[in-house]
Design a protein around this ligand. Structure first.
Ligand code: HEM
Length: 404
């Protein structure tokens, strides 16, 4: 099997973004370590290769700051506030700082704390469904998924639930960071980071005077104990939490509901056998991986699958492809909410494994069980999903129109 390729494909084509799996299967079979001139990087599609790279310290995720560092001096200077903020995001820091922050946040994101947030999630789900219930129809993406996901981040940070429209706008803009390759795009991200930073500073000041039961208060206590070094570090990591947790969760909720509605027999089973929620949510995450591709930068030459990934080259790991690797998941293209498996890649792997995973799983359970209880006759308004292509190789639902 050749590692590189006499293989040619347009990884940016919108059609391919809508249904990338046939090509990803072919790549995994014929060129699992594929050099893409279009991406100017390697694309990995095998579960094992992806797992190896994600846990290998010879690869780093600090590609955003690297991108800014390669720009002309004048642009670098203008983007300094963005670089200063991103440099403090956990995972973009030195390994000791990453671990220090992880240690702090792991305590917060424990199963116990997440269970304490469950009543708030339930109240939020009901609050979002109350106004649409009488209409008999809704756009789930707009009316529920984004607001629910942003609302839970507001609950966690301790910011007002009425500000969720702002959080959604900021999260959309900040996530351009992973797609925008030009100076103007990065300047737009910077404006949002500064605006959100100002907003958060107000709450940090207020919690400094009087603590509440929220994450900002916990981080301020940690600063007093010396486990956090500055207020900037608190603000930068709250921005990271929004960017890491909002769109991913909204996408899981929307794409997962579409899957359930396309597989009515499984939806009916879930209604009658609620003990299937945990495996159904894992299967949704496996089958329709919300953060489809991650990137890493090689710090030194690394041999992999017969190729050599050279120092400073970028590697794209297609989590969506790893999650459909037939070597790990028999009949990977079959959606089956009773499927049992060891682990899937949707929350990453290794040192940067998603801290919000227990929160995201709890949110999915509360959201779907509330929907199915309150709107048992839920149906798709159209059989043609309203996909928005997100090159390379992914898409999200722009809307999900339902009747009930
Ligand atoms: C279904 C929803 C979610 C998915 C699919 C998801 C996916 C991921 C993935 C793939 C990573 C690894 C990134 C990398 O290795 O470069 C990650 C990291 C992370 N996620 Fe999530 N995430 C979700 C929800 C959340 C939520 C709700 C939060 C918190 C509000 C969150 C916070 C984080 C943080 C802080 C990291 C960085 C961890 C570290 O660097 O140590 N995520 N997530």
């Amino acid at each position: 099997m050749s590692a590189t390729a006499s293989f040619s494909c347009d990884l940016l084509s919108p059609e391919l973004c809508i249904d990338p799996h046939p090509l990803l299967h072919q790549l995994r079979r014929e060129a699992p370590v594929y050099w893409s001139p279009q991406l100017n990087g390697w694309l990995l599609t095998r579960f094992e290769d992806i797992s190896l790279v994600l846990k290998d310290p010879r690869f780093t995720s600090a590609s955003t700051t690297g991108r800014i560092a390669r720009m002309p001096e004048e642009q670098r200077e203008q983007l300094r506030p963005l670089k200063d903020s991103v440099t403090l995001w956990m995972g973009h820091t030195r390994r000791e700082d990453h671990q220090r922050f992880q240690h702090l946040l792991k305590k917060y994101f424990s199963q116990r704390t997440v269970e304490q947030l469950r009543p708030k999630a339930q109240a939020l789900a009901d609050r979002l469904l109350d106004p649409v219930q009488a209409r008999g129809e809704m756009d789930f993406v707009h009316d529920v998924a984004h607001s629910f996901s942003a609302g839970m981040i507001a609950e966690m940070l301790g910011t007002p639930i009425d500000d969720i429209a702002k959080l959604q706008r900021w999260s959309r803009n900040i996530n351009l960071l992973f797609r925008a390759l030009d100076f103007e795009g990065l300047m737009q991200v910077q404006r949002t980071v500064l605006e959100m930073g100002e907003y958060l500073k107000h709450f940090v000041d207020a919690r400094r005077q009087q603590r509440q039961e929220d994450l900002i208060s916990i981080l301020l206590d940690a600063q007093l104990e010396g486990a956090i070094h500055s207020e900037d570090e608190i603000i930068a990591n709250c921005i990271l939490l929004l960017s890491a947790g909002h769109e991913t969760t909204a996408s899981m909720l929307s794409n997962g509901l579409l899957l359930l509605l396309q597989h009515r027999d499984q939806l009916e089973r879930l209604k009658h056998e609620p003990e299937l929620y945990p495996s159904a949510i894992e299967e949704i995450l496996r089958f329709d991986t919300p953060a489809a591709t991650l990137s890493r930068l090689a710090l030194q030459d690394v041999p992999l699958g017969g190729a050599t990934i050279q120092a400073h080259q970028t590697v794209y790991v297609a989590l969506s492809a790893g999650n459909r690797d037939p070597a790990i998941f028999p009949e990977p293209d079959r959606f089956d909410i009773t499927r049992r498996f060891g682990r899937q890649l949707s929350f990453g792997y290794g040192i940067s494994y998603c801290l919000g995973a227990p929160l995201a799983r709890m949110e999915a359970q509360v959201c779907y069980s509330t929907l199915l209880r309150r709107m048992p006759g839920l149906k798709l308004s159209s059989q043609v999903p309203d996909w928005l292509p997100l090159p390379p190789l992914w898409r999200n639902l722009s809307s999900l129109r339902l009747t009930f």
